[in-house]
Design a binder for this molecule. Structure first.
Ligand code: SF4
Length: 189
């Protein structure tokens, strides 16, 4: 049932023309992963490699994300990965607030269908979607409780590609997430 719902949402995304991002993108990138994933990772928007493949987090940042997931004891096949917006913004610019608003019903429906225990926003825009006042450089890796879900914002893997010094911070955050998943989450307010 959930798989059919996820596939139906993906078909709607593929046909969506609600904002201008679809005009310059090659194809939609709805997201992928098991319909019963306990962990959902949410990036900001597809990039060039994702736009061509139709899959989220492929290319260099995707390979780095895979390695970070391993540090958390997670395989990509066990998590659901999606983005705030489903079509690539031109020249990899940030998605606008209006574009995120236009697209957010898809993400909400994906989250409701999958019902993950933990949401991991990747990068500043995704983190602010759940925690408006978050400063990602200060609050990455911290645990929040939002709408009855655990939310752990992380630095975006792409950041480590041009600023290598951020990689150890990401590794620590993902290892801590793995510890939470293995041993239990501390109580959060
Ligand atoms: S980015 Fe989202 S709202 Fe905009 S056209 Fe694509 S699916 Fe529709």
């Amino acid at each position: 049932m959930t798989i059919a719902l996820i596939e139906s949402i993906a078909r709607e995304i593929a046909e969506c023309r609600a904002c201008q991002l679809c005009e310059s993108a090659t194809r939609a990138v709805p997201g992928e992963g098991p319909a019963d994933a306990a962990v959902m990772l949410i990036g900001e928007a597809p990039g060039a490699a994702e736009d061509i493949s139709g899959r989220p987090f492929v290319g260099a940042s995707g390979r780095l994300l895979d390695a970070l997931l391993q540090r958390a004891g997670l395989d990509r096949s066990r998590v659901y990965i999606a983005n705030l917006v489903k079509h690539r913004p031109p020249d990899n610019r940030d998605p606008t607030r209006a574009e995120i608003r236009s697209c957010q019903h898809f993400l909400t429906r994906q989250i409701n269908a999958i019902n993950p225990r933990v949401i991991v926003p990747l990068g500043r825009h995704a983190a602010k979607y759940w925690i408006p006042n978050v400063q990602i450089v200060r609050h990455h890796g911290q645990l929040y409780h939002v709408d009855d879900r655990l939310v752990v914002p992380m630095l975006h893997p792409a950041a480590a590609l041009y600023q290598r010094s951020t990689l150890p911070l990401m590794e620590v955050d993902f290892e801590r997430l793995g510890g939470y998943l293995r041993d239990g989450f501390p109580t959060v307010s």
